[in-house]
Design a protein around this ligand. Sequence first.
Ligand SMILES: Cc1cc2nc3c(=O)[nH]c(=O)nc-3n(C[C@H](O)[C@H](O)[C@H](O)COP(=O)(O)O)c2cc1C
Length: 201
Amino acid sequence: MESKTIPYFHSLEMTHPIWERFFQVFPLTLIGSKEPDGNYDLAPKHMAMPMSWQHYFGFVCAPTHGTYQNIQREGYFTVSYPRPQQVVMTSLSASPRQCDDSKPTVTALPTIPSLHGDGIFLKDAYLYLECTLDRFVDHLGPNSLIIGKVIAAHVHEEMLLQEENSEEQIHNHPLLAYLHPRRFATIQDSLAFPMPAGFKR
Ligand SMILES: Cc1cc2nc3c(=O)[nH]c(=O)nc-3n(C[C@H](O)[C@H](O)[C@H](O)COP(=O)(O)O)c2cc1C
């Protein structure tokens, strides 16, 4: 039987992960959690976003990662949204663990304590969330979705939404985008989204 095609499109083989075959725009976050030895972990996650208009935040993680196990044990995690100039620090937090399971590169990163739970944030990031574990959605292949209830949010004053001059605000305080796979962008230029007349959420 003749297989169907879309002109100019390449239908990907579903036997391999498709997400490595094209670029997509993601945020880049650092998830903070407390390790069994009392130290704190930071790990980058790009598959991360609000899970509702209400106060839920979720990200994809593997149950084999320290992050998953820490959150399962502690029931609490933090989220830091780094700025473009912090991309190297963000990457370093994905450095492999040592034989004793420690992550010395993370210990070297500048952090500040979170306010409501036992955790840390990356210093000088622009947005911080504190979450309690709401639920795991397991068995998404080798991955899981970790959903937290956001119990506190802290945004740098220079990033607090100003409807009047958003264009200038983003220009002066650019945002970091992760372009999976393996690229990033600094978002400095933006335009008002052309909302349809009468639009309601
Ligand atoms: C740019 C970048 C983005 C990543 N995004 C994710 C992600 O969305 N989900 C995930 O499970 N791992 C992601 N990772 C990999 C883990 O965060 C990484 O392996 C981490 O170091 C695991 O550490 P842990 O054992 O301390 O949790 C990403 C790594 C990098 C460098």
